[in-house]
Ligand binder design. Structure first.
Ligand code: CTP
Length: 396
């Protein structure tokens, strides 16, 4: 994924144990395509050396306000002039206090004062330092000044205490940075989605399921969350991490999924049915493991409710989006499903075009007709679907 391609980031690393995680963060940001320029404070340099950051970023590391390597000797101005953002991770209580008051007594704080790009801050400190009224005043002031805070998280701290103040993990920070640059097309919207396969039990150890990977749904949940939506992901059994900003409700069978969806629906603006819901379930599920007898065994199947059709059939339904995976006649079948289930939008794809893989060929169908999406990676497709559906939502 190169979702930060073309982005220049200045990463400020201040004095805190979490500085060791900043090394991994540089690697992840670089992997996502960003051009990372590290500015190390004196405190930060006590934890990790400039050599590490230089090797990982492939760029010179800056530590000194008076660094003569910049031709015009104005590192404090030039470093951020074409930057897309300054990210400070870890941000100590001290640097946050300085930022609040506009102090500029080292390269990083001077850059922050002289910047014309967004400032993102990932606090990392002992829980009592975080809870201190002085820090909380600074946090409120920084937010009022338009600074974006990522975290902190709660958990066990380097000092052995447990509480709020841990820096977000590098993976979470990288996701937050990617999300920061996305347009907030779904801000204030509540999105309920289904994901993955369902598992219909035959007995306590066996069942009927399918090979849905859940990747499309989880990718879409991530794109919705990054577009500013509150996301509830009602998910069948898949081993995928929950995207940042989404809340997962784990279910197994279609009936459980149906119940969980309707419990999550109040207040929903959008419902997206991505799950590969089993059309049938065993009419009865044996209480104990079925023993082999050598004789023929038949299982009677009974139809499952159609979750998407039931949601779309509500008197005041949310904006409903369906998925249609077909092996042929995509236009006819997808549009047919859209009409039959009364959906304003359906996402169709031909299964031979890579369902379950990392790339998909997708066509959107709505009242205005068919809209083929350019072949792209799943994150890009997910964003294109979000942009299309956001454009169809009634204004609030
Ligand atoms: N869906 C659902 N509940 C079901 C079945 C499907 O919510 N019990 C949703 C899926 O999440 C997807 C869409 O409906 O958004 C798929 O439509 P469907 O007609 O069920 O697709 P298939 O099961 O593939 O239909 P067919 O076997 O007829 O092709």
């Amino acid at each position: 994924m190169i979702e930060l391609k073309g982005r220049k980031l200045v990463l400020g690393v201040t004095g805190g144990v979490a500085a060791y995680k900043a090394a991994e963060l540089v690697r992840l940001l670089g992997k996502a395509g960003a051009d990372v320029h590290v500015v190390l404070t004196e405190g930060g340099a006590r934890f990790v050396t400039a050599v590490t950051f230089q090797a990982l970023s492939g760029n010179r590391v800056w530590t000194d306000l008076w660094d003569p390597r910049m031709d015009n000797n104005m590192a404090h101005i030039d470093l951020t002039r074409d930057a897309d953002a300054i990210l400070i991770a870890p941000a100590s209580a001290d640097v946050m206090a300085k930022l609040t008051h506009g102090l500029a007594d080292d390269l990083l704080t001077t850059l922050c004062l002289a910047r014309d790009c967004p400032l993102l801050v990932a606090p990392a400190m002992n829980r009592q330092m975080w809870e201190h009224p002085a820090t909380q005043r600074n946090v409120a002031q920084l937010r009022a000044d338009g600074v974006t805070l990522f975290g902190p998280a709660a958990g066990e701290q380097a000092c052995g205490e447990v509480g709020l103040g841990r820096m977000l993990e590098p993976e979470e920070l990288c996701e937050a940075v990617i999300g920061f640059f996305q347009p907030r097309l779904l801000a204030g919207r509540r999105v309920v989605m289904t994901a993955g396969p369902t598992f219909e039990a035959i007995d306590p150890v066996r069942g009927i399921t399918n090979s849905s990977s859940g990747k499309m749904a989880y990718g879409l949940a991530r794109a919705c969350a990054q577009a500013g939506a509150e996301v509830v992901l009602v998910s069948g059994p898949v081993a995928l991490p929950v995207p940042a900003g989404a809340h997962r409700v784990s279910v197994r069978s279609a009936l459980e999924m149906h119940e969980a969806v309707f419990a999550a629906l109040p207040g929903a603006d959008v419902f997206i049915g991505v799950a590969a819901v089993a059309d049938y379930r065993p009419a009865t599920s044996a209480e104990h493991k079925i023993k082999k007898s050598g004789a023929e065994l038949s299982i009677t199947l009974t139809p499952n409710p159609d979750i998407l059709a039931d949601v779309a059939g509500l008197p005041n339904p949310p904006f409903c989006v369906g998925f249609a995976a077909e092996s042929r006649n995509l236009d006819e079948y997808a549009e047919g499903k859209r009409k039959a289930k009364k959906l304003p939008l359906i996402v169709g794809n031909l299964v031979q075009d890579g369902l379950g893989g990392d790339d998909n060929l997708v066509v959107l169908y709505d009242a205005a007709g068919r809209h083929p999406l350019p072949k792209a990676t799943k994150p890009d497709l997910a964003r294109a679907i979000v942009a299309h559906l956001a454009g169809l939502l009634p204004q609030v």
